[in-house]
Design a binder for this molecule. Structure first.
Ligand SMILES: Cc1cc2nc3c(=O)[nH]c(=O)nc-3n(C[C@H](O)[C@H](O)[C@H](O)COP(=O)(O)O)c2cc1C
Length: 359
């Protein structure tokens, strides 16, 4: 056991959620669920991580119960799971039970691609894609109802909470960001009004699932449409968003950065998860570049090395910037990454072919 990491192996408790340690599997789209139904291979994939001391698993993005929630976006996304219909729910129940038997916890990431879904793509090629700018109130209400149904299904099949994909330029984020929301009604205008869709969504889910079912919310400055984008130019703007979301019922913020250690605003070394924690008063999770010398996008194009940068993670953790540490590629490439970190054993080399496998 590496002493400098001891604090990261301490239990985490927030309300009804108790995790064995601070390491979380970050949501990663896998495309191994034909017809939207996760099978035994998906259950085995997540269970391997739960057995190897991953404290919490956040699943791949799961399409909510709305016709245009998923389709082809930045890639040819096929075989993305859903969280409605008897077969998909039975499949998820097997996944959840298996992870629980291994001593882990698991939460689905609910996903609506919004304008990043390409028009005319399956599973519902006839469905119109949703753009924040031109959705009418009926369409807004329909999408919120879809999220609520999927969240209720998550609770019914035994998940330990729900996570909302509120980042990366997808539907929820496209309301938050001025670059995609130029509405002049109650859902657009200033930053508080741009947050209204997200807060109504969180409130509606909270009303459905009750007080004891954790709601996680992924937030990001960067967008797939623009890596340099900023949701909030200043801490004051960020405060408006996260205070509203906290008030609506968010329990934990999943703060999606591409490099966890980059300062979020000029004049301070603090990363974005630190700011969100300070401004919302809620636990946060950091992510981005842990275990590698290149961030995700760069790793597609440039030689990438596995490194041990956990000392830096531990220092920021101890300074109170975040409560949880999410790992994306590290856990994709090596289910036993957390065990190796704990033992100080060498990590496997970077392997881009893992993106296409479910092992
Ligand atoms: C194959 C792959 C699929 C991903 N899919 C999602 C997703 O469905 N939802 C999401 O919020 N982030 C997704 N991400 C981003 C990861 O959750 C994570 O934020 C990112 O990989 C940075 O962490 P890392 O540097 O530890 O890999 C994906 C990343 C990868 C590598």
């Amino acid at each position: 056991m590496r002493e400098e990491l001891a604090a990261l192996f301490a239990e985490f408790t927030y309300g009804p959620l108790t995790l064995a340690n601070r390491f979380v599997m970050s949501p990663m789209t896998r495309q191994f669920s034909p017809g939207g139904v996760p099978g035994d291979d998906v259950a085995a994939y997540y269970t391997r991580r739960a057995m190897a001391k991953v404290g919490l698993i956040i699943t791949e993005g799961v399409g909510v119960d709305h016709r245009s929630s998923i389709g082809h976006g930045s890639m040819s996304e096929e075989n993305i799971p859903m969280l409605h219909g008897d077969a998909a729910l039975a499949g998820w129940r097997r996944v959840v039970d298996s992870v629980h038997r291994a001593g882990g916890k698991i939460i689905p990431q609910l996903w609506h691609m919004g304008e990043l879904r390409r028009e005319g793509t399956p599973p519902h090629p006839g469905a119109k894609s949703m753009h924040a700018n031109d959705m009418n109130e009926t369409e807004i209400a329909d999408v919120i109802a879809a999220f609520v149904r999927s969240a209720a299904n998550a609770k019914a099949v035994g998940f330990d909470g729900v996570a909302l994909h509120g980042g990366h330029g997808y539907l929820i984020d496209s309301f938050l960001w001025a670059g995609t929301n130029v509405r002049d009604d109650a859902y657009g205008g200033d930053i508080l009004r741009r947050t209204r869709f997200a807060t109504e969504l969180v409130q509606a889910i909270r009303a459905e699932v009750g007080p004891d079912f954790p709601i996680l919310f992924r937030i990001s400055q960067w967008k797939l449409q623009d890596y340099e984008a900023k949701l909030a130019e200043t801490p004051e703007d960020l405060a408006v968003i996260v205070e509203a979301l906290e008030g609506a019922g968010v329990d934990i913020f999943d703060v999606s950065t591409r490099v966890f250690s980059l300062p979020a605003f000029a004049g301070s070394e603090m990363g974005l998860s630190g700011w969100v924690k300070k401004l919302s008063g809620k636990p946060t999770m950091t992510v981005g570049g842990i275990g590698f010398d290149k961030e995700l996008a760069a790793s597609f194009a440039q030689p990438t090395a596995a490194i041990d940068n956990l000392g830096k993670v531990a220092l920021r953790f101890e300074s109170g910037e975040f409560d949880l540490v999410a790992l994306g590629r590290a856990l994709l490439m090596d289910p036993a990454w957390v065990l190796k970190a704990q033992a100080g054993a060498p990590f496997e080399p970077f392997d881009i072919t893992a993106y296409g496998r479910l092992d």
